[in-house]
Design a protein around this ligand. Structure first.
Ligand code: ITT
Length: 206
């Protein structure tokens, strides 16, 4: 008699994002525990307008909007950079701060300009994640990482403002530190750690 070991299928999680950098980070952090896809794999899904005034409002719009259209677990990430001396800007408009949505280099140059002459350079990355199913929010989670801004871009890794942001306790930017370090201490890692605890508590993840 042969021994056939039946393994449970891996759970599937759809990330409500078109930013493949976010998906790659989330996939690397979740590892083999789940199959992680994003909405780029489903071109028929609608674009969700981010009209919220907070990360939580926008994450809700994305998670609930996509989960109305698709079966299964949907996770949205709304995130951005808050700079203290700029009263929290760019905040929820981080992805279009320089004038063109998703143009990360332009956003960085615009921020460098805005920060000229400021010696107070503290900032934080914020991430809000909303988990949804059947068109309804199931839970939400927050993560932040404190740091300061360089006056020039440094490093090739990561995305967005990573070449400008040095996390507290380090002397290199996220773009220089690389994915392994970033994925241990980032705002996204901190929010996702709570998502994983939650999904384990309901038995979806091992
Ligand atoms: P989706 O809405 O499709 O998820 P997006 O990139 O537009 O993709 P957001 O609206 O949440 O996502 O904006 C996030 C922006 O904040 C992102 O484009 C970067 O400018 C910045 N950002 C967020 N997380 C970051 C990170 O880990 N490193 C660098 N910049 C980050």
């Amino acid at each position: 008699m042969s021994d056939i070991v039946q393994t449970a299928p891996r759970p599937k999680i759809i990330i409500a994002t078109r930013n493949f950098h976010k998906t790659a980070e989330i996939r690397a952090m979740i590892g083999a525990a789940a199959d992680v896809f994003d909405v780029l794999a489903f071109p028929e899904l609608p674009e969700i307008e981010e009209t919220g005034r907070t990360f939580l409002e926008n994450a809700r719009l994305k998670a609930i909007g996509i989960s109305r259209e698709i079966d299964g677990w949907v996770l949205a990430d709304d995130s951005g950079l808050e700079v203290d001396v700029l009263d929290g800007a760019p905040g929820v408009i981080s992805s279009s701060y320089g004038g063109i949505e998703g143009d990360h280099a332009r956003n960085c140059f615009y921020l460098i300009e805005k920060m000229q002459g400021h010696s107070q350079r503290s900032a934080r990355f914020c991430c809000t994640m909303v988990l949804a199913k059947n068109g309804e929010e199931v839970a939400h989670f927050f993560g932040t990482v404190e740091g300061h801004l360089l006056d020039h871009m440094s490093g090739q890794g990561g995305f967005g403002y990573d070449p400008l942001f040095v996390p507290e306790g380090y002397s290199e930017s996220f773009a220089e530190l690389g994915d392994e370090v970033k994925n241990q201490l980032s705002h996204r890692a901190r929010a996702l750690a709570q998502v994983v605890i939650y999904l384990r508590s309901i038995g979806l993840l091992k």
